[in-house]
Design a protein around this ligand. Structure first.
Ligand code: AMP
Ligand code: FE
Ligand code: FE
Ligand code: ZN
Length: 284
């Protein structure tokens, strides 16, 4: 019998808020038996070159990409952009602007934290980041280092999470703008973990349809935060719209507890056909 293909299309390295370097991430994927992996660091492509070198040596197919934060009307969501290469290009050239927005927002969050009595500086935060895409997880890590919390997650609960007491919004693309930029850059835009949109059924349907008309290429159906029935439902919705149904662990190394490469919270099985569906979207 042929060896089972293990696919993980949503991984983070220390180029953004994961804790494994791109090279270490590939080693973890190799141990997990992964045959195709996608590096999806937030707003940055800096990990791709090292990950690719390691992936070639390990015989793993590496898909490059990034994860953006976007907005459609009032709905906020993450968008995975597959096959985005670390070269010049319409979307690639805008990533620096997004990271600048992160830096400004990080300073505003730190001001809020200082006002709330937390002693923390931007240098503490920078010391926690290995790369150029710095965000709330690194602020959380700096708060852990200062002894305020025992893990990154705990700092998100009341403080750093969306709507938390020190939360600050940041510049985002409109979803349609991100889709257009992704497509003109030769990449495939996919709505990440739709559970985070927190919308009702009708609202979801409208968002998926709007964005399909705008050039969306897929929906991330297989994610450990989705109940098994939701994974099936989202796969059906994606296919009915002619989109790829993708999936991945959203692994962040030690930064996100209980999420393993290739298996998510243990029950994740991304169908290898997800890769073929994504590939088919490339030419469209
Ligand atoms: P940022 O990119 O700065 O907006 O931070 C968002 C990142 O923080 C996400 O990609 C996750 O890695 C992490 N994150 C978001 N919500 C939580 C949470 N409730 N607990 C732990 N990490 C979180
Ligand atoms: Fe993240
Ligand atoms: Fe995400
Ligand atoms: Zn992610």
């Amino acid at each position: 019998m042929a060896k089972r293909r293990i696919v993980d299309l949503h991984l983070h390295s220390s180029a953004s808020d994961g804790t494994d370097s791109p090279k270490e991430l590939v080693a973890v994927a190799e141990r997990a038996g992964v045959t195709t992996m996608a590096l999806m660091d937030h707003d940055v492509l800096d990990g791709v070159e090292d990950a690719r070198t390691a992936a070639i040596a390990a015989g793993i197919t590496l898909i490059s990409g990034t994860e953006l934060s976007v907005q459609h009307g009032d709905a906020k969501m993450h968008m995975l952009v597959y096959f985005l290469e670390p070269t010049a290009g319409p979307l690639q050239d805008k990533l620096g602007w997004l990271r600048q927005g992160r830096n400004e927002r990080n300073l505003a969050i730190i001001e809020n934290l200082n006002r709330a009595g937390y002693t923390i500086t931007i240098d503490d935060v920078r010391a926690k980041a290995a790369g150029r895409s710095i965000g709330r997880p690194h602020i959380a890590d700096a708060l852990v280092e200062r002894g305020y919390f025992d893990h990154r997650d705990a700092a998100f609960v009341d403080l750093l999470g969306d709507g938390g007491t020190v939360y600050v919004e940041r510049e985002r693309f409109k979803a349609e703008e991100a889709i257009e930029l992704a497509r003109t850059s030769g990449a495939v835009p996919v709505i990440a973990h739709p559970y985070t949109i927190r919308a009702g059924h009708q609202e979801y349907t409208r968002i998926f349809k709007d964005l399909t008309n705008a050039g969306l290429g897929g929906i991330e159906a297989h994610h450990s935060a989705h109940a098994p029935e939701l994974r099936i439902r989202l796969t059906e919705i994606a296919h009915a719209l002619g989109l790829a149904a993708t999936g991945g662990s959203d692994y962040h190394g030690a930064g996100k507890r209980d999420y393993g490469v290739g298996v998510g919270k243990g029950d994740l099985r991304v169908p290898p056909s997800a890769v073929d569906e994504l590939e088919a979207q490339r030419g469209q």
